[in-house]
Design a protein around this ligand. Structure first.
Ligand code: AMP
Length: 396
């Protein structure tokens, strides 16, 4: 893997694709700066070498071109604090003014470009747009794992303009390295924990994991599709009725491949989808018609924890219940506790981005697992065995 350690950036201008798609509150304050912190070591290494840094990113999903809400100018101050240097801002990612700013950039200076997605050409993977971006720097670095599964102008198409000057940043290298460790070289037993709302989002991943894992734990809303497929009564719990056959197929495949498929046996059964709803612990195949399961139950949490504690490699993606509501976060917490305990004992634990990362952060456990990925969709696609365009473009 060709990382930035292979180059002395002194006197060079590095054009770095970062993923600064950070959550902002209504006052444009960053509520979680993990992605900025994640890219900081790459930026600092290049600055310390004596290079100049031009940063490009997207923020949100602007539909109508430039929009105040999605401007990257809101992160300039925080980014300057994190990097310890004042960050300059170009209020367009291409164009003459931006070109002039990039040309005037000196060693040790940082220029942040405005949101790439203000141009629809970015997501379309437009070649001309990519070429315009490419003129701004003389070395290309990709440190945006969160968008590596997209063949966009700035993540993949642009790389053709840097045939001999393309590198992975540290974050990207760590993400890919950890995903590979889990996929290709897991110390056994290897346990995958899948949760979240929908089984349909993770079908391909579950199918791919059945060839890799020793144990597959399924919790969260998606588990009810499996319970229903077996003929259980699940009341008003989340279910995908068109996926019942598929759920049964997965159960059969797991048996054929000798994978220990672990499903919840009990649930926290609530009257309604609300943080203060009355709820009781009961069997998850006997949920009354007017009630719904919002979390795995105590017995399931204990059983899941036993399997996790006996594992040496753990991959976790998706919460065990509606963890955003404290009353229904206990199952997710039980799993998080077990992952932390297994990690302390020497297991390697990789936490998928998105909601699982949010859950681990909510419980203050980010520092106590082996690695929390910054990529939700990208990690899932990598784990499904797909080649990520952003990775492929640099490896070619
Ligand atoms: P996903 O984006 O598919 O990983 O799903 C995450 C979401 O699933 C979270 O917002 C959880 O609140 C939700 N979720 C997990 N378990 C349940 C459940 N039993 N019923 C309803 N929603 C759930």
């Amino acid at each position: 893997m060709k990382t930035i350690d292979n180059l002395d950036f002194s006197g060079k201008k590095a054009l770095i694709r970062v993923d600064f798609n950070v959550p902002l509150d209504e006052h444009y304050h960053i509520t979680d700066d993990n992605r900025i912190q994640g890219a900081a070591p790459t930026i600092k290494k290049i600055l310390n070498d004596g290079g100049g840094v031009i940063l490009m990113s997207h923020l949100g999903r602007p539909k109508e071109g430039p929009t105040e809400k999605f401007s990257l100018k809101h992160i300039v101050k925080h980014l300057s604090d994190v990097l310890g240097v004042p960050v300059q801002f170009a209020d367009d990612c291409i164009g003459e003014e931006t070109k002039a700013k990039a040309a005037a950039l000196k060693s040790g200076e940082v220029l942040l470009l405005e949101n790439l997605r203000f141009y629809k050409e970015e997501e379309k993977g437009d070649r001309d747009f990519a070429e315009k971006l490419a003129t701004l720097g003389d070395v290309y670095v990709n440190d945006a794992f969160g968008t590596a599964h997209r063949a966009h102008a700035s993540t993949a198409v642009i790389v053709q303009f840097f045939p001999k000057a393309k590198y992975f940043g540290y974050l990207m290298a760590a993400e890919v390295g950890n995903a590979e460790r889990v996929l290709n070289n897991p110390e056994r037993p290897f346990t995958a924990i899948m949760g979240g709302a929908k089984v349909s989002d993770k079908l391909e991943l579950i199918a791919a994991l059945l060839d890799k894992v020793d144990n597959l734990i399924i919790g969260g809303g998606m588990a009810y599709t499996f319970v229903k497929a077996r003929g259980g009564e699940i009341g008003k719990s989340l279910v995908e009725l068109d996926k019942l056959d598929l759920a049964n197929d997965l159960v059969k495949k797991a048996e054929e491949k000798g994978v220990n498929l672990v499903l919840p046996t009990d649930s926290q059964i609530a009257d309604e989808f609300a943080p203060d709803s009355p709820a009781y612990n009961g069997p998850n195949d006997e949920i009354p018609a007017d009630k719904m399961g919002l979390d795995i139950g105590r017995e399931s949490g204990e059983h899941f924890a036993q399997v996790i504690l006996a594992s040496n490699t753990i991959l976790w993606n998706g919460p065990m219940g509606v963890f955003e509501m404290d009353k229904f976060a206990k199952g997710t917490k039980a799993v998080a506790d077990a992952v932390v305990a297994a990690t302390e004992r020497g297991a390697f634990s990789l936490i998928g981005g998105g909601d699982s990362a949010a859950a681990v952060s909510k419980f203050g456990m980010t520092e106590h697992v082996s690695y929390v990925s910054t990529g939700g969709g990208a990690l899932l696609e990598y784990m499904e065995g797909k080649e990520l365009p952003g990775v492929k473009a640099i490896n070619e």
